[in-house]
Design a protein around this ligand. Structure first.
Ligand SMILES: *Cc1c(COP(=O)(O)O)cnc(C)c1O
Length: 427
């Protein structure tokens, strides 16, 4: 499968190059040349297939013949190695829990898939690839875990000092081996700027790539969740509506890709916190990115969502067409906290702030008689322990995955300016 840059100034390229480069030379993100719907027979009989078989069907055309079938199947088995339960929280609403992976965030799937693809593509190459990633919290842990011990791949994670939770910091600073954490004296935007500068710096001779959802190998496997939820729900419920807590809009864009592959999803809701660039765009057709604002659902504090351009492409850049299948609503932290309480009082379910924003999206949109709403739970409540325990009368039990890292010793290099990062990368 070939990919083109959404800035249309770089030549089309292979899946392999799109994964290794991350971003095209013209700074555009990659998009597949073709999207061929899966057979109706497969979709109708989805319950007869295992999650591994479903994932293979969904992804194979996007990889093409660039990874042999048996290896792609192994990669999928390593990636889809935990459950994705659907839990009912209301008569016509359920949540799809995406947090049962090793770092308890949905990004585990994309990070592992990308790491394995990169390892495969780099197996005969003496030059190591360096994955450079800036994180506001969740991405770092998932990438550190997903890429741990990947041969021929080094990972450098930049995170803002004092701005990630203790658990998140442990997840990204304690693994060692090919994972290096850089603790940046600044905020997330500073980390992101340092990464962007490094990508453009011609003095750096290392092969650099990114592990954010702009990378096709991190973005596309997120389609799997929507297939798994459909498999679970399609027999009882007719019209499925998904609400996806959105920051960079990679996850929801993968859902729309699944719909393009023929999965019968009636409508998508991108639920955001007060970082409302997309909800505003749907109202007045003017896309005006802004600096991000800090919220309690901080994995979604994004002012200029990098995947939204892919969503526009999927709807031929036609705003009316987009609005017929896609809505987006913004919610404040107060509304989010009140909703966490309401969900807990009604059903006993402990939602994290991101999931609560997803639930709010369904409520605001409203569900008709035949419709069933699914909101994605993108992180385990333990990852936002302070907010959850302040808001709800609960004590969150620390899961095994977290216990494993919590007592490990943090190892991080300090970086104050871009020159510190550069010095490290020039070594
Ligand atoms: C990354 C993340 C999101 C946002 O996902 P996007 O694909 O960037 O829209 C939502 N919730 C959590 C917990 C996350 O870690």
């Amino acid at each position: 499968m070939n990919y083109y840059s959404l800035h249309h100034k770089s030549p089309n390229t292979t899946f392999k190059n799109a994964v290794v480069e991350g971003l095209a030379k013209d700074r555009g993100i990659y998009f597949p040349e073709n999207i061929t719907p899966l057979s109706k027979d497969f979709i109708d009989n989805i319950s007869d297939y295992s999650n591994h078989e479903i994932a293979f069907e969904a992804i194979k055309q996007f990889v093409g013949d660039e990874i042999p079938t048996d290896i792609l199947k192994e990669i999928i088995a390593e990636t889809v190695s935990f459950d994705f339960p659907v839990v009912k929280v209301d008569d016509n609403i359920a949540t799809l829990e995406l947090f049962h992976g090793p770092t308890m965030a949905f990004k585990d799937v994309g990070a592992k898939f990308m790491a394995k693809c990169l390892e495969y593509f780099n197996k005969d190459n003496d030059n190591e690839v360096t994955v450079l990633v800036a994180t506001s919290g969740d991405t770092g842990g998932a990438v550190a875990n997903g890429f741990l011990s990947a041969k021929g791949v080094n990972v450098v994670i930049l995170y803002p000092s004092g701005k990630v939770s203790d658990i998140q910091e442990k997840q990204l600073t304690t693994l060692g081996k090919n994972i290096t954490a850089l603790e940046v004296d600044g905020v997330f935007d500073d980390c992101q700027d340092m990464v962007k500068t490094a990508f453009l710096d011609e003095d750096i001779e290392r092969t650099l790539t990114s592990a954010n959802s702009i990378n096709v190998a991190r973005w596309l496997p997120q389609m799997f969740y929507f297939f798994f939820a459909y498999k679970e729900l399609h027999k009882q419920h007719k019209d499925l509506i998904f609400s996806v807590p959105s920051g960079n809009f990679g996850n929801i864009c993968a859902g729309i890709m699944a719909q393009k592959l023929g999965l019968p999803i009636k409508h998508f809701i991108a639920s955001t916190n007060v970082n409302d660039t997309v909800p505003n765009y749907l109202v007045d057709g003017v896309y005006s990115p802004k600096p991000s604002k800090a919220t309690i659902s901080n994995a979604m504090d994004v002012g200029n969502p990098s995947n939204f351009i892919r969503i526009r492409e999927l709807f031929n850049n036609d705003l009316e067409l987009l609005k017929s299948a896609f809505s987006s609503y913004s919610f404040s932290d107060d509304e989010t906290r009140a909703t966490m309480k309401k969900i807990y009082e009604n059903s006993g379910y402990v939602a994290d702030p991101h999931g609560a924003v997803g639930f709010l999206g369904l409520k605001k949109h409203g569900l008709k008689e035949n419709e069933f709403g699914v909101f994605l739970e993108t992180a385990h409540p333990v990852k936002f322990l302070d907010v959850v325990e302040e808001t709800l009368p609960v004590k969150v039990e620390i899961p095994e995955q977290i216990k494993k890292v919590i007592n490990n010793t943090k190892v991080a290099l300090k970086a104050a300016t871009y020159e510190d990062l550069k010095a490290y990368l020039m070594k």
